[in-house]
Design a protein around this ligand. Structure first.
Ligand code: ADP
Ligand code: MG
Length: 645
């Protein structure tokens, strides 16, 4: 009795229909998923010419029984699903029973398989959907599928394939990400004689991330250890007790300083399945809201685990989209969990280190993903993750490149920050003479990659009346006073808004502000919110409003500008965004207007006040618009700079 059977029409008709074979990477995806479903612990992928000439996936999984080997090539033939009820809770990656027949109809396919329980294996050869042979043969347990000359009989499809490198980049990206989802398995990817990926079993996701990327990349990431949230559902007709559903999330996200200009570095897995999903992308953006400039995205590798009943994967033929039954719950769980994580870790920006190249936030996270970003992802379609159209923009790194020297421009005067010393990246190290004082390595404070040390900072002075220089336990800090104050005020205004008590100041005489027709419309929509956020405004005749009070700290000269700014934010933000977003937008505008400006001298007391207030904010690392608040030269960097270590 075989394991595979043909689905009844009733079930088959309920399965998202459509073609899955678009390009070599989609073949690799289907074969890889089959190997994982077969319980393989070793998966070896081989491609030639980016997969156009050859794709071979070999596994040590359960293999197929003799009768099954032929049946597997019938449409809707699967061992993973039986009836309609099974569709409600799919626990395997595959379930459509269409991949093998689809692939075999557009290529020359050779299947070699042996089930562990049988003594001989089976070889099936099919070209363009026609069976050429089916033999018994001596084979190792497991399955090898070899796909040659993809689309040899469909020239129109072949024409749409991209360059070999592009196709290879897609294959490599896919293999890499599946390898991340299964740290305990061996994965290998070879292109001709080149080994692109070779990972052996490890215990943790962290170890796998380290294997696949580099230590340096790990440093730019924050690990999210498994966290969960429960959803209690009222008892259904068949249950006597309320049902409890557990949602779990783990993975890695980047520090807010790593700012990518598209979503190509976001990888989302739902129950081990690599998917793209707008809801989860939105939750991720919401977690970084006000920590990153608009239009920037983090790197993320996230694994969401939930009961199979909670998610429908039968949405799209390529199984890359899902539908959550409790979408809002999932969204908020992901957003809140990531927000909490960022709040706990408070990742700080490291200052540029003189004379050394700064790999820093360079998170293109493998050669091939880099290749992917450079070429493939500019193209639409396929297995790219580019809902936004995929710009080809480089990673924004906070740290400037080693040369030329960075220049800070603001106001009228441009200040050039010069570097002293030789540009030689590896100058000969002289032993540090005794008279310079020792600094034994053991005494080195551990430099935490976080803003935890913020509370102990001692301000030393300002540069250009704009940046506070401070000494801390773990190095030298430079704090942008305007941005720091902006963060403080932003959180203050938001908290006060929530408590219904925003600090306000009465204007001596009401200020009349004339609005354009569009602004007037916006005003009507957000007047209530405006008045709840420290303003007191009322209509004053035709398209004019009277402002009687404004949030504390905003100078009367700025009130009009602030009102205009808020109306603009509201205009931009109201399109599809929540009341919470509008609230945050307003708070950010107020904070920006009321914050201490640059070119403002601060006395010692004011600097101390600012730093201690900053230390008590929830997200001291970036301003509400996403700019960094502080840079730090760690003691280690300083010692390295002076060649003491
Ligand atoms: P699906 O994965 O949706 O069931 P496929 O066409 O991909 O459909 O595969 C058909 C069937 O062939 C699977 O249900 C499984 O029983 C069998 N099969 C495919 N690949 C493998 C493999 N690598 N190892 C063992 N069995 C496999
Ligand atoms: Mg399959």
């Amino acid at each position: 009795m075989g394991r595979i059977h043909i689905l009844s029409d009733t079930v088959a008709n309920k399965i998202a229909a459509g073609e899955v074979v678009e390009r070599p990477a989609s073949v690799v995806k289907e074969l890889l998923e089959n190997s994982l479903d077969a319980g393989a612990t070793e998966i070896r992928i081989e491609v030639e010419s980016g997969g156009r000439r050859l794709i071979r996936v070999a596994d040590n999984g359960c293999g197929m029984l003799r009768d099954d080997a032929m049946l597997a090539f019938e449409r809707h033939a699967t061992s993973k699903l039986r009836d309609v009820a099974d569709l409600q809770a799919i626990a395997t990656l595959g379930f459509r029973g269409e991949a093998l027949p689809s692939i075999a109809s557009v290529s020359r396919l050779l299947l070699e398989t042996r089930s562990a329980g049988e003594t001989t294996g089976t070889t099936v050869e099919i070209a363009g959907g026609k069976l050429l042979r089916c033999d018994e043969s001596g084979l190792a347990a497991g399955t090898v599928v070899t796909v040659r000359d993809l689309f040899f009989n469909v020239p129109a499809r072949r024409k749409f394939l991209r360059t070999e490198q592009t196709e290879l980049a897609h294959v490599a990206s896919l293999a890499t990400h599946y390898s991340l989802a299964h740290p305990a398995k061996t994965f290998q990817l070879r292109s001709g004689t080149n080994e692109l990926l070779a990972v052996t079993p490890v215990e943790t996701l962290r170890d796998r991330v380290y294997q696949v990327f580099r230590a340096q990349v790990l440093e730019a990431l924050i690990e999210l250890e498994y966290r969960e949230r429960e959803l209690k559902l009222p008892a259904g007709p068949e249950d006597d007790q309320p049902v409890e559903r557990v949602f779990g999330l783990r993975g890695f996200v980047s520090r807010p300083q790593v700012q990518k200009l598209n979503r190509n570095s976001i990888y989302l897995f739902v129950n081990g399945r690599l998917i793209r999903d707008r809801l989860l992308l939105h939750a991720l953006s919401a977690a970084y809201h006000n920590l990153m400039p608009a239009g920037c995205y983090p790197f993320a590798l996230l694994f969401l685990d939930l009961d199979c009943e909670e998610v429908d994967v039968n949405v799209h033929p390529s199984k890359t989209e899902v539908r959550f039954h409790h979408a809002t719950f999932v969204h908020d769980f992901v957003r809140d969990t990531l927000r909490e994580l960022l709040m706990e870790r408070r990742p700080v920006s490291a200052a540029p280190q003189p004379g050394s190249p700064q790999p820093a936030a360079d998170l293109p996270y493998s050669e091939f993903t880099q290749a992917l970003e450079n070429s493939a992802l500019a193209e639409a379609g396929g297995f790219g993750f580019e809902p936004g159209g995929g710009e080809q923009l480089p990673v924004v790194t906070l740290r400037p490149p080693p040369a030329p020297p960075p220049r800070f421009h603001f106001g009228d005067g441009a200040i050039a920050v010069e570097r002293s010393g030789s540009a030689d990246p590896a100058p000969a190290r002289l032993p540090v003479p005794e008279t310079h004082g020792g600094f034994p390595g053991d005494d080195l404070p551990v430099a935490p990659q976080s803003m935890a040390g913020l509370g102990d900072l001692r301000p030393l002075g300002q540069i250009h009346d704009s940046f506070i220089i401070a000494a801390g336990r773990d190095g030298l800090w430079i704090i942008d006073q305007h941005v720091a104050h902006e963060r403080i005020l932003f959180e203050k205004v938001l908290a006060e808004r929530m408590a219904g008590a925003v600090e306000t100041q009465r204007l001596l005489i009401p200020m009349l502000v004339e609005l354009s027709a569009a602004q007037h419309l916006q005003y009507a929509r957000i007047a209530e919110e405006l008045n709840a956020t420290g303003f007191e405004t009322e209509p004053f005749g035709n398209r004019t409003i009277a402002v009687k009070a404004a949030p504390a700290g905003v100078t009367p000269a700025d009130v009009e500008k602030l009102v205009f700014e808020i109306l603009e934010v509201a205009d931009a933000e109201l399109r599809g965004l929540s009341a919470d977003d509008v609230r945050r937008g307003i708070a950010a505008s107020i904070a920006c207007r009321a914050a201490i400006k640059i070119h403002t001298r601060l006395d010692q007391q004011k600097m101390e006040w600012l730093l201690s207030r900053l230390a008590s904010t929830r997200f001291p690392m970036s301003c509400p618009h996403g700019r960094p608040v502080a840079l730090r030269y760690s003691t280690t960097d300083i010692l390295k700079g002076f060649h003491r270590i």
